[in-house]
Design a protein around this ligand. Structure first.
Ligand code: TXA
Ligand code: MG
Length: 383
C-alpha cells in the first residue's frame, strides 16, 4: 500500500489502477504519463506521496530518478534504504525553476549563473554552497548541494505538484546501471516503492554532467550530455576532476568512487579506432570461446554485422551506430542490463572516442569494466 510509505498526510491514490504485485509484497504501481503532460490527477497524487514522505520514481531526460522530498531527512533516508545506497553518498536536488534554486543555494556564483542561463533546464547538475534548510543527511555532511533543473516536462510537473525540491538519485539498486525505461526501474524497485511514473524511454540515457561551481574554476565531476566543449564555450577554461582519467585520486563526487553501472558478468572494454574494432572483436571472441567461455558483446551496428556469425543473436547487444554518439548513450545502459537475464559469463564492450559525448560514454564503460581495457590494435591490456 502507498499509505505504508507515508507518514501524516493522507494520499489520494484510489484511481491509480495500473498496479502490479511482486515477490516482496508491497504493490508497485506504474502510471503511464503522456506528453504534453495533462494528467493532473496522477501528478497531484504523486506530488502528495512526495510531500507526505513517500517515494516516487519518475522520468527525466537523462535517466529515471527515485524521488523524495529533498527537505525531509526521513523521506531521504527511505531513498538510501530502497537503493541500498552508502550513506556517505550525497543526493542531488531537482528544482522546477530558477526561483527554487535560491531556496536551497546559499549563493549562486557568477559562473553558475552563466550555466543556468545557457543549459537549464537541461542535463546538468551544479554544485553550489547549500542553505541550512537542506538537511545534512542528504549532502553527506558536505557544505554544498547538487542542484539540477530537469528538462523533462513530467519531472518538472512533478516537482511543481510536490511544491518542494525533489531529491533523486538514479532509480536503480546501488551499483547497477541506471534505468532508462520504467520497465528497468520496475526490475530493481518492485516491492520497494509505491509508484513509478512511466514517461517512456529517456532521451540522453546517461546521467547529468556534474559541474562544481563552488570554487574559482569550474570542475567537471561527472561527464554527461552537456560536454566539456559546450561548457568551455560558455565559461572559457573548465577542469576535469583528475579521478575521471584514472589518476588514482579520490573523486570529488563521492558517488563516483563506487563500482557503478556494472552488469552481472565481468566486462572488458576494447578501446581503439573504429576501423580496428571488427577484427579485434573477432580475435577476442574466438580466443575466449576456445577457453570455454560463453561470451556476450555490446557493440555498434557496424561491428555487429562483422561478427554475427561467431555467436548466437541473443548474446549480441547493439548499442547504436559508431558515428552516432547520442544513439550509443541512449541505449548503453539498456544494452548492459540486457545481459542480466542471459547466460553470458563474460562480456566485451566496444569503446568510442573520448571527445564530446564520448567522454561520458567512455567514463561509464570504464566504470562498468572496472578499468579493464584491451587495446583493439594490439590485443594487450592497457590498464
Ligand atoms: O541525471 C542525473 O543526474 C540523475 C537524474 C535522476 O537526475 N541523477 C543522478 O543522481 O544521477 P545520482 O545520485 O545517481 O548521482 C549523483 C552524483 C553522485 O555521484 C553524488 O556523489 C554526486 O552526484 N553528488 C551529489 N551531491 C554532491 C556534492 N554536494 N558534491 C559533489 N558531488 C555530489
Ligand atoms: Mg546513480
Amino acid at each position: 500500500m502507498i499509505g505504508s510509505w507515508c507518514s501524516g498526510q493522507k494520499v489520494r491514490y484510489s484511481f491509480i489502477n495500473l498496479s502490479r504485485k511482486n515477490d516482496a509484497g508491497m504493490e508497485t504501481k506504474i502510471i503511464k504519463i503522456d506528453k504534453p503532460v495533462n494528467q493532473a490527477p496522477a501528478l497531484l497524487a504523486a506530488g502528495d506521496i512526495i510531500r507526505a514522505g513517500g517515494l516516487v520514481a519518475f522520468p527525466t531526460e537523462t535517466v529515471y530518478g527515485l524521488g523524495a522530498n529533498g527537505l525531509d531527512a526521513a523521506a531521504c533516508a527511505a531513498i538510501y534504504a530502497a537503493k541500498g545506497r552508502p550513506s556517505d553518498n550525497p543526493l542531488i536536488l531537482h528544482v522546477a525553476d530558477r526561483a527554487m534554486v535560491d531556496t536551497i543555494a546559499a549563493a549562486v556564483t557568477p559562473m553558475a549563473e552563466k550555466l543556468l542561463a545557457a543549459f537549464c533546464p537541461g542535463p546538468i547538475t551544479l554544485i553550489l554552497p547549500k542553505k541550512p534548510v537542506v538537511p545534512e543527511r542528504i549532502t553527506g555532511g558536505l557544505g554544498t548541494v547538487g542542484i539540477r533543473m530537469p528538462e523533462d516536462d513530467i519531472a518538472r510537473a512533478l516537482i511543481r505538484a510536490a511544491g518542494v525540491p525533489i531529491a533523486a538519485p538514479s532509480a536503480n539498486i546501488s551499483g547497477r546501471p541506471s534505468p532508462t525505461t520504467a520497465a528497468l526501474v520496475y526490475r530493481d524497485m518492485a516491492g520497494r516503492i509505491p509508484l513509478i511514473l512511466d514517461g517512456g524511454p529517456c532521451t540522453f540515457g546517461v546521467e547529468s554532467t556534474i559541474v562544481d561551481c563552488s570554487g574559482a574554476t569550474a570542475v567537471i565531476l561527472r561527464p554527461g550530455a552537456v560536454t566539456r566543449e559546450m561548457l568551455e564555450e560558455v565559461l572559457g577554461r573548465v577542469e576535469l576532476d583528475p579521478a575521471l582519467v584514472g589518476e588514482g585520486t579520490t573523486p570529488r563526487a563521492p558517488g563516483m568512487k563506487y563500482t557503478h553501472y556494472a552488469p552481472k558478468a565481468p566486462l572488458t572494454l576494447l578501446a581503439g579506432a573504429p576501423s580496428m574494432m571488427a577484427s579485434a572483436f573477432r580475435r577476442e571472441i574466438t580466443k575466449r570461446q576456445l577457453l570455454g567461455h560463453v561470451v556476450g558483446v555490446i557493440v555498434s551496428e557496424e561491428v555487429a554485422a562483422a561478427i554475427a556469425d561467431l555467436l548466437p543473436a541473443e548474446l549480441l547487444a547493439v548499442y547504436g551506430r559508431q558515428a552516432d554518439l547520442p544513439s550509443i548513450a541512449a541505449h548503453l545502459y539498456e544494452a548492459l542490463r540486457s545481459f542480466d537475464l542471459k547466460p553470458a559469463d563474460c562480456l566485451l564492450a566496444e569503446g568510442t572516442t573520448e571527445a564530446g559525448l564520448g567522454l561520458a560514454i567512455m567514463n561509464r564503460l570504464h566504470k562498468a569494466s572496472g578499468f579493464r581495457t584491451l587495446s583493439a590494435k594490439t590485443g594487450a591490456f592497457v590498464k
